[in-house]
Design a binder for this molecule. Structure first.
Ligand SMILES: [Zn+2]
Length: 257
C-alpha cells in the first residue's frame, strides 16, 4: 500500500513577542531585538490528524499576561480539529510554551521521548533556576500522573508511529527534544519545533541560546538535514515567517506544505 501523504499547518496561538536577538540566535546581533510567535502544528492526512505540542493553558496565559494569546483549542477549531477528541498528540519537549496546554487534549495518546520525560519528571536538576524558568509546574504534575497509563507513550529514540510519520530524537535544546518527519506531497518534511527557533538556524548552524548540549545539537542538525528531502522542508518553532511566507488558510493559520 502507498504511504499516505500529509499536510502540515502552523497555528499561531501567541505573539508576536520581542526578544533579544541573541537569545533567539545564540550570540548574534547582541544589541538588537527580534520578534517571535508561539505556535502549535497540525499534521493532517486523509485518515489521521496529529497535533504537535499543546501551547499554553488559558490560565497560565492570563497569569503570564501573554499578548496576542488565543486558546490553542480555539485555533485548532479553525481547521475543524476538535482538541477534545484528538487522537495523536506529539510533545516535542517539556518547555512551558509546548506543554502547558496538555489538559486541552484529554483523550489524546501522548508521545514524548522517555529521556525528556524522565529528566523533567524525576531529575532534581530540572528544579534548578535555568530549567524552572521554562517550566509549567502544573502541566508537569499532570504529566507525572500519566506515568504507567496507556495514554502516555514514552519513546526511545526514533520511531515510526503511523505510516508516513516518524518521531526523531534530536537533543541539544533539551535532553530529549523530538522532531516529526512527515511524508508530504513534496517529500519528507520535518516539524522541528525548537531544534531551531528561526529558519536562519538551519542555514547558519547557530541555534537559540537555550542550550542543554551544543555538541549534541550540532549532531541533531546533521541528522535532520539528511532526513528532510530538501532544506526548505525543515520548519522551525518560533519564526514569524511560518505565518507570513506561506498560504493563509484561516486567521493565524498557514499551510507549510
Ligand atoms: Zn523550547
Amino acid at each position: 500500500m502507498a504511504i499516505p501523504t500529509y499536510e502540515i499547518y502552523a497555528l499561531k496561538y501567541g505573539g508576536p513577542y520581542t526578544r533579544p536577538a541573541s537569545m533567539v540566535n545564540w550570540f548574534q546581533d547582541i544589541d538588537k531585538n527580534i520578534q517571535i510567535n508561539y505556535y502549535i502544528f497540525a499534521i493532517r492526512g486523509e485518515r489521521e490528524t496529529l497535533v504537535v505540542d499543546c501551547g499554553v493553558d488559558p490560565e497560565l496565559a492570563k497569569a503570564r499576561n501573554l499578548a496576542g494569546y488565543v486558546n490553542p483549542a480555539e485555533v485548532l477549531k479553525r481547521l475543524d480539529i476538535d482538541a477534545q477528541k484528538l487522537k495523536y498528540l506529539v510533545v516535542s519537549h517539556i518547555h512551558f510554551d509546548h506543554i502547558s496546554g496538555i489538559k486541552l487534549f484529554p483523550r489524546a495518546r501522548i508521545f514524548v521521548q522517555e529521556k525528556e520525560y524522565n529528566f523533567w519528571m524525576k531529575n532534581p536538576i530540572a528544579r534548578r533556576a535555568p530549567f524552572l524558568h521554562v517550566t509549567d509546574p502544573e502541566a508537569n504534575q499532570y504529566l507525572a500522573k500519566l506515568e504507567g497509563k496507556k495514554r502516555l507513550e514514552l519513546i526511545r529514540g526514533d520511531k515510526k508511529i503511523l505510516p508516513g510519520i516518524e518521531l526523531l530524537l534530536v537533543p541539544g535544546h533539551t535532553i530529549g527534544l523530538q522532531a516529526v518527519a512527515v511524508h508530504t506531497a513534496k517529500g519528507t518534511a520535518v516539524v522541528g519545533s525548537d531544534l531551531a527557533h528561526t529558519f536562519s538556524s538551519y542555514r547558519t548552524d547557530i541555534p537559540s541560546a537555550i542550550i542543554t548540549d551544543m555538541i549534541t545539537w550540532m549532531k541533531s542538525y546533521d541528522k535532520i538535514k539528511t532526513k528532510a528531502s530538501s532544506p526548505d522542508l525543515l520548519f522551525p518553532g518560533h519564526d514569524l515567517a511560518l505565518l507570513e511566507n506561506y498560504p493563509k488558510v484561516a486567521e493565524d493559520v498557514s499551510r507549510l506544505v
